[in-house]
Design a protein around this ligand. Sequence first.
Ligand code: AHR
Length: 659
Amino acid sequence: MISIKKIISLSALLFCCIQFSAAQQPLQLQVQPGKPIAPIQPTMWGIFFEDINFAADGGLYAELVKNRSFEFPMPMMGWDDEEQKGGTSTTLIINNAKTNTGNQRYASVKVNPQSGVYQLINEGFRGMGFQANTSYTFSMWMQNTTGAAVKITVQLVNATGKVIGVTSVPVLKGAWKKISTVINTTDSAQKGKLKLLFEGNGTIDIDMVSLFPFHTFKDRPNGLRADLAQKLADLKPGFVRFPGGCIVEGRDLTNRYQWKATVGNVEDRKLIMNRWNVEFKNKLTPDYYQSFGLGFYEYFQLAEDIGAAPLLILNCGMACQYNSGEVVAMDELQPYIQDALDLIEFANGDSTTVWGKLRTDMGHPAPFHLQFIGVGNEQWEAQYFERYKVFEKAILTKYPGIKIVSGAGPYSRGDYFDMAWKELKQLHPALIDEHYYMPPKWFLDNANRYDNYDRNSIKVFAGEYAAHSKDNAAPEGRNNWESALAEAAFMTGLERNAAVVQMASYAPLLAHVEAWQWRPDLIWFDNTRSAATPNYYVQKLFSNNKGTDVVPILYNNAPLIGKDSVYATAATDQKTNELIIKLVNVSSKEIPVMVNLDKTNLPKQQAALWILQADKYAFNTLDKEVVAPQAKTLDVKGSRIEVTLGAASFTVIRVSTKK
Ligand code: AHR
């Protein structure tokens, strides 16, 4: 019979084995919690939002109706009509551009009694997602100047045509009015549709036909899809960069992002083509437009709602250099500069200013506390620096407290990159935006990228990065664990160099599984569901465990950058008296680690531990999340922490240093 004593000593042995594999000597690390290297900025880990992959319309913006105001160049795109055989009811698109410059078109529906029921059907963005037993807000602008006797019924249907929600709307007489009503669903649908049923006699004009979930994120009107916005909030981002990306530049200057067209009444915002509509020949997306329902006011509101600093990027008088490369003449740059100054006033000015008043009238009297403004996205060569200089002078003269972000172009190194740093060092940007979309190996090889950057020079915004792993047929397939793990290793280098890198964001952020142009992306979604990628969880673990000061974590008196395939960073949180250690093991074997704490004696405690570990090519889908952090605890006491890093794993340890 085995004795209790033996059981205890066997379990103790087993516990030791979990902490250390007996065969291997632990990697000996030294952490110096009392020797802070640099503060970690509250803005360190943020998010990059661009309207690519249906990220705005059809994604984060909760509107379910595509082409709701018939402004697409093909005005009935997304709409279909149906009536009984021989019916003569019609929909005529009327353009009243002279009286309404923003929203120029409306649909005039002529209903004939012999047609029976005449239906207008909207297909949504790759279908409409409906949850069962949920409320949706239907609204529409309507004009009935001829006194038509028409009945309108609104139906929500599933893919087979079954009605899962219905209501009738009052038909008002006279000039344009908005009607609004709530529809409740009895069932769910992944690929639903909206139907407007017309019966009777006469002509009704309709516009801005809209359907929103009743509950949006924070229940904001004209709001955001709650599950997606919540995923952004859960990252606890230090900043939100918007609205891009190349979308800021446009394919040509007429197609550039102009913030003034995205604020004010949602009905009056002027739609333009989304540049990703035609960007890739193998990924043409003919129904991709920007309605700007999600415009600058809504972006600012989102940033505020999730506690992130807004960082907006403006067009600097240059269209995308991969496309037309068109630039505005230097002597015609002033309107672009005025746009930048007006935007700062829109964000921060009080209601006695023109643009501050618009923000107030839109419902936000308090300022949005804008501090960061980006001038240009991925620009290069002399035409950029020439224009950038004029922006910088105008902005800093009027708003000396604003921090300007300038760009180093699209490449991680090379002539354009070197020229950008050389030119910009003679100017006064607060940060330079660097981009790198590279294979996982590049991220490992470059984990020391910032170790030798000048501490007294301009700071870095690692504004767009992602490890591009091997191809996989599933849309989410490139967001595999190999890519996320490489990013984690690289991010230890960003954190270690917090003295240089003050902002960083993975890119792009969102992608619809049926409407993407670019991958990998941080969050995938369809009409009703969303999936966090392994890369998302890496971002989340870094951001949620940021700390306030980076401290040394050393192997043989040097930073740990790939010794035995392990990468590490450490930080203290001065507000909570905690030490946070992040360890990335990119090898295919377990690695025991002994962390020795310099002049620190930890009280006996169960430290919090989060582990991400998976097979190299594992990835999350909308149906199944196979890579997600496991929360554990670790018994610690005294001046050592012992832990065994699993093969291909990312581990975060959080211990209290309170005496
Ligand atoms: O993130 C996708 C694109 O990559 C961005 O629009 C652009 O800035 C970069 O080239």
